[in-house]
Design a binder for this molecule. Sequence first.
Ligand code: ATP
Ligand code: MG
Length: 317
Amino acid sequence: MLTATNKNKMIPAAKMQHRGGDSELLRKHACLNRMQIPSHLPPPTIVAASSQVANSSDAETSAAVARHLELHLGLFEIGRPLGKGKFGRVYLARHRTSGYICALKVLNKDEIKRERAEMHVRREIEVHSNLRHPGIVGFYGWFHDSRRIFLILEYAAGGELYKTLQKEGRFSERRAANYIAQVALSLIYLHSKNVMHRDMKPENILIGLYSELKLSDFGYSVHAPSNRRDTLCGTLDYLPPEMLQSDKPEYTKAVDQWTLGVLTYEFLTGEAPFEDTVAMTHRRILKNHMKPLPASLSPEAKDFVHSVGDFTPILIL
Ligand code: ATP
Ligand code: MG
């Protein structure tokens, strides 16, 4: 399940994804119903619904309440598309009764089946629903109908960090350091829960209402208490050498730390350090052969980026 960030890098893989996509286009053609940006209401009580039901002594009332509180599409007003994912789109949505603004990630069941990705989607829901951290997009609940699965997510009003990076070209050292520190905190939290993200990249880092970063997209994440995995997955430019060394690689959560180094490089220069043709990217990563950093960067920034290969001692808890 290797994916490529560059459209020319067609890697034979069941789960292929491309950088960027047509979300810009979607934005332009979106039929919008004019929605307000969140007015800081607390999250809707949708996830708490089951506990309210469980506490009720009257079974009949409970069943009626449960039916009433059951999640379904009719509870939401759907707004503009926010982005396009592998199995569907993500929409801005408003929970009708509370007025709470959220993002609704819609996954098409047929496409999931076609790609044999049932286990991935199950994992995404299991992993994400157990995470609660300001640096991670909130997961409020999920439901499904005959054709689709819906994930109710915290709305990240600033969109993808990737788009901001594209627009600005690169970030100053101060800003890059601030961003990397935020992502590192989210990672420390994830790893403390024995979760490996395995697909960190600027497209999967969203920006919140206060310009804070929020890690998202747990489609390749895994809960691994043994801290040992062997599936090749993620996005080529961000993979560490240990994932590419053999067909059956063995790796630990240190894979995410490697990616933190790759992200630092990309924030400072606007491009990924090993980006090349597929074969060359492989080769470069295996040799830890980054493209040269601009001479104008401070020695501290260069040192930080070059220590990418020995990141392990810095973050492992
Ligand atoms: P891919 O594998 O291509 O990354 P995916 O199916 O895993 O896709 P996501 O990455 O979760 O889908 O979402 C696709 C896009 O939708 C994101 O890149 C982002 O632009 C937008 N998006 C997703 N979640 C949110 C959110 N909570 N708030 C705002 N925008 C979002
Ligand atoms: Mg994504």
